[in-house]
Design a binder for this molecule. Structure first.
Ligand SMILES: [Zn+2]
Length: 697
C-alpha cells in the first residue's frame, strides 16, 4: 500500500509490472534549473499559507492557500503538488545517470550499455517513424490467423503478464484478459504464490463503462471514436463497426468485474483454485490451452482474486464471436504499444488517455517519458548508482532514528488502548517486532542479464522487457520468500508497505527536503516525513494490514470484541469521508479509501507522539511565531499542497485508494492535539466533538 496516489502512466502502459508512476509536479518553476531542491528556508513554508483562513474552517487552505493561489498546473501535467519538485529532481538526476551510462557504454550486454541502449532506442523518434508499423505486423498477423477458440485461448495465454499488484503498489488494472501477481501466499507466507486477477479493459475501471452520468456517457462516446481511430491508423477497414463491438465486449467484461472497494477486501480474495477447478468453476475459456501458453501448466494451484469475474470473463470467451475477440486482441495490442509506435498512433493515444481522461493538454517532454521506460525495465541498474550518489549514510542513520521513534510511539499507543485485549495487543506488538524497515535502497539488486536490449528496437525492448519480468516472476513460484525484497526503486518519490512481507520501503528519493531536511526543526520533519513513516507503519494495522499476522499470513488474531470495536471505529471514518464532495455530483468513496485514511490518521497521530518523545521534555523552538505543535501540523498539511485538473480528479476518485489531498490534510480534525494547537472551537467547519472524532490506534 503506497503513500501517494498513482496515475496510469501514458508512457508505456503495456504489460509488465504495474506502471503507475506519480505524475506530480511543482510546476515549471526552478525545478530544472538546479540540482538541489530550492530551499531558502528550513521548516514550514510560511509563504505558502493563507493566514486569512481559520485553521478550524479549512485547514488545508490555511496551510497551503497562498501556494494554491499563485500556482498553475503546467500544460503537460494532470496535477501538481509539493511532491512534484522532488519528482522532477529525481528525474533530472536519473536522466543524467542514464546519459552517463550511454556515454561510457561498455560491452554489449553490460548493465550501463543496456541502460544507454534502452533510453536511446526510446528517444530515437526518427527511427520509430522509419520502421512504421513493421514491429507490430507479425503480432497482428498472428492474431488474424487465429481460427478457433482453442487457438484464441492459446493467444490469450501468451499475453498473460505480471502486471498487477493487489497489496504493494495497489494496481488492479491490466488490459490483458487476466493479470498475474506473484507474492507470498495468503495461507503460506513462506513461499511465493500465483495470484490471478481480473482484466480486459482499457478504460481505468469498470465504472467508466457502467456509470450512468453525463460525464461518463461523454467519455464512452469519445472512447469508441478513439478505438475506431486507432484501428484505422493501424490499417484496419470497417473500423466504426469493429470499435462498437470491441466497446460492447469491454462493457460486458466490466459488468462482471468487482469494484475497487471490493477488490480491497482481502477476505473476498482468498480463493484457492486447483488447475482443474477452472474448467468447472469458470467454464468457457479453454484453460488447458491458456495455462500451457502462459507457461503455467505445472502450477498446481492459484489464488483467484475475483472468482465471479473469472467465471464471467471465461463465459464471454465462449459466448462472444471469435472475430470480435480477435478485434479486441488487435486493438489492445495497438493501444498498449502505441507509445513506442509512430507519432500518429502515439498522439491519438494521448489525445484520449491524456486529454480526455486527464484533462492534460500536452505530453511530458520525451526525455521524462524515457526515464520512466528505463526505471520500469532496468530500474535497479540505475537505482544502484542513484543510491550511492544521492543518499548519504548520515541521511540513512537519521531516517532510521525517526522510524525507531515512531515505531516506539506506536508500541505505546497499542499498550494504552483500553478496549483491546492483552492477547490481541501481544500479536500487534509481534507484528512490530518482525517488521522489516528498508531505508534508502534494497540490500540486493535485480539481475537483468537475461534481458536482451537492442539499440534500435524500442518495440522489441519493451516486449522483451515485460516478458523478462513475467518469466522472472513465474520462475520464483513456490520458492522461499525474501522478506527484504523491495518493490520500489531508490529513485522513486514515494513509500510503501508490503503487508505479505510485513515490510516497509522508504526510497532514497523521498528522504529529502521538503519532507526530510536535517537542517529543519524536528517539528516540521516529524510533521512531514514523520507522518509518511507513520502512515506506512500504520498500514500494518489498517483495514487490510490487520488481516495479516506477524508472519504475513492471513489469520484472525483478533478477539471478537476487539474486532467489533475496530470495525465500528473504521466504519465511522468511512462515513466521515463519504460526506466529502469534490464536485456536486461526486463523493469520495469512504470504503474504497478506508485503508489509506486509517493510515493517514494513525500516521499523523503516531508521528506527533514520536515528535513529543524526541523533545525529551524540552520546549520546542518557535519558528515565525508558531510553536512546536503548530509547526508539526502545518508541515503535515503542507505535504498535501496540490492542484488537480477536473478530469484527473474525477479519475482519481474512481480509481485510487487515496482520497483527494485536501481531505487527507483535514484528517487532523480527528486528532485532539490539533484542537489544542490552533484553539479550534465549536461552530468552525472542521470541528468535531470529542465523541465524534475517530480514534483507531
Ligand atoms: Zn498508503
Amino acid at each position: 500500500m503506497i503513500f501517494l496516489l498513482k496515475f496510469m502512466n501514458l508512457v508505456v502502459k503495456q504489460s509488465g509490472v504495474g506502471l503507475c508512476a506519480l505524475s506530480l509536479s511543482f510546476g515549471p518553476l526552478a525545478a530544472y534549473a538546479q540540482d538541489t531542491p530550492k530551499q531558502d528556508t528550513h521548516g514550514i513554508v510560511v509563504a505558502n499559507m493563507d493566514p486569512s483562513v481559520k485553521p478550524g474552517d479549512n485547514f488545508y487552505e490555511y496551510a497551503n492557500g497562498d501556494w494554491i493561489k499563485r500556482t498553475e498546473i503546467p500544460p503537460d501535467r494532470g496535477r501538481i503538488g509539493v511532491f512534484s519538485a522532488l519528482d522532477d529532481l529525481s528525474n533530472k538526476r536519473t536522466v543524467a545517470l542514464i546519459e552517463e551510462s550511454a556515454k561510457n557504454g561498455g560491452q554489449a550486454g553490460s548493465g550501463p550499455r543496456k541502460v544507454g541502449d534502452l533510453y536511446n532506442s526510446y528517444m530515437d523518434e526518427a527511427g520509430i517513424e522509419a520502421r512504421g508499423l513493421a514491429p507490430l505486423e507479425p503480432h497482428l498477423k498472428a492474431i488474424a490467423a487465429i481460427s478457433n477458440k482453442k487457438e484464441l485461448a492459446t493467444a490469450l495465454g501468451e499475453t498473460l503478464r505480471a502486471d498487477v499488484d493487489a497489496l504493494n503498489n495497489t494496481n488492479f488494472h491490466t488490459s490483458h484478459l487476466f493479470g498475474l501477481w506473484v507474492a507470498p501466499g495468503f495461507n503460506d507466507s513462506e513461499h511465493y504464490a500465483a495470484y490471478l486477477m481480473q482484466g480486459g479493459l482499457q478504460l481505468p475501471d469498470r465504472e467508466y463503462y457502467v456509470a450512468d452520468n453525463e460525464h461518463m456517457r461523454d467519455i464512452r462516446t469519445k472512447y469508441q471514436a478513439h478505438v475506431s481511430a486507432m484501428l484505422k491508423l493501424a490499417g484496419f477497414t470497417d473500423t466504426d463497426a469493429r470499435a462498437e463491438r470491441i466497446v460492447q465486449l469491454e462493457h460486458a467484461i466490466a459488468e462482471v468485474h468487482l469494484s475497487l472497494a471490493d477488490n480491497e477486501d482481502i477476505h473476498k480474495a482468498n480463493n484457492t483454485w486447483k488447475l482443474a477447478d477452472f474448467a468447472i468453476k469458470a467454464p468457457g475459456l479453454d484453460w488447458v490451452a491458456y495455462f500451457k501458453a502462459a507457461g503455467l501448466s505445472k502450477q498446481a494451484s492459484f489464488m483467484v482474486w475475483q472468482p465471479g469475474a473469472f467465471a464471467g470473463e471465461s463465459a464471454l470467451v465462449a459466448s462472444t464471436s471469435l472475430d470480435t475477440w480477435k478485434d479486441w486482441m488487435a486493438y489492445h495490442m495497438i493501444e498498449d504499444y502505441a507509445p513506442v509506435l509512430p507519432k500518429a498512433l502515439a498522439d491519438e493515444r494521448f489525445a484520449f488517455f491524456g486529454k480526455v481522461l486527464q484533462g492534460t493538454p500536452e505530453q511530458r517532454p520525451r526525455w521524462q517519458r524515457g526515464v520512466v521506460v528505463v526505471n520500469r525495465f532496468l530500474g535497479d541498474d540505475v537505482g544502484q548508482i542513484y543510491a550511492q550518489r544521492y543518499f548519504s549514510p548520515q541521511a540513512k542513520a537519521e531516517a532510521q532514528a525517526m522510524v525507531a521513534n515512531i515505531i516506539a510511539a506506536f508500541r505505546k499507543r497499542i499498550d494504552a488502548l483500553s478496549w483491546m485485549a492483552a492477547s490481541t495487543k501481544a500479536e500487534a506488538q509481534a507484528k512490530l517486532d518482525t517488521l522489516y524497515v528498508g531505508v534508502g535502497y534494497p540490500e540486493t539488486w535485480i539481475d537483468y542479464s537475461a534481458y536482451d536490449v537492442k539499440p534500435d528496437d524500442i518495440f522489441g525492448n519493451v516486449w522483451r522487457g515485460s516478458l523478462f519480468q513475467y518469466h522472472r516472476e513465474v520462475g520464483r513460484l513456490g520458492a522461499q520468500v525474501d522478506r527484504k525484497e523491495w518493490s520500489m526503486d531508490p529513485q522513486t518519490v514515494n513509500a510503501v508497505n508490503l503487508p505479505l512481507q510485513n515490510a516497509l520501503n522508504f526510497p532514497a528519493a523521498i528522504l529529502q527536503p521538503p519532507f526530510f531536511d536535517p537542517q529543519a526543526p524536528a517539528a516540521s520533519n516529524y510533521g512531514a516525513i514523520g507522518s509518511v513513516i507513520g502512515h506506512e507503519i500504520s498500514h500494518t494495522f489498517d483495514s487490510e494490514g490487520s488481516a495479516f499476522d506477524s508472519k504475513g499470513a492471513v489469520r484472525n488474531w483478533w478477539t471478537p470484541a476487539d474486532f467489533e470495536h475496530f470495525e465500528a471505529a473504521t466504519a465511522k471514518l468511512a462515513a466521515q469521508y463519504d460526506t466529502y464532495k469534490p464536485f456536486p455530483d461526486v463523493s469520495v468513496n469512504g470504503k474504497q479509501t478506508l485503508s489509506e485514511n486509517i493510515a493517514d490518521l494513525a500516521g499523523v497521530t503516531a508521528a506527533n507522539d514520536g515528535y513529543h518523545a524526541s523533545l525529551a521534555g524540552k520546549t520546542a523552538p518557535m519558528q515565525d511565531g508558531f510553536n512546536g505543535d503548530q509547526q508539526f501540523f502545518i508541515a503535515f498539511g503542507q505535504n498535501w499542497a496540490s492542484k488537480t485538473r477536473e478530469a484527473a480528479l474525477r479519475q482519481q476518485v474512481l480509481t485510487d485508494p487515496h482520497a483527494p489531498a485536501q481531505y487527507r490534510a483535514d484528517t487532523v480534525r480527528n486528532v485532539d492535539a490539533w484542537y489544542g494547537a490552533f484553539d479550534v472551537k465549536p461552530g468552525e467547519t472542521l470541528y468535531l466533538t470529542p465523541a465524534e472524532r475517530v480514534r483507531i490506534w
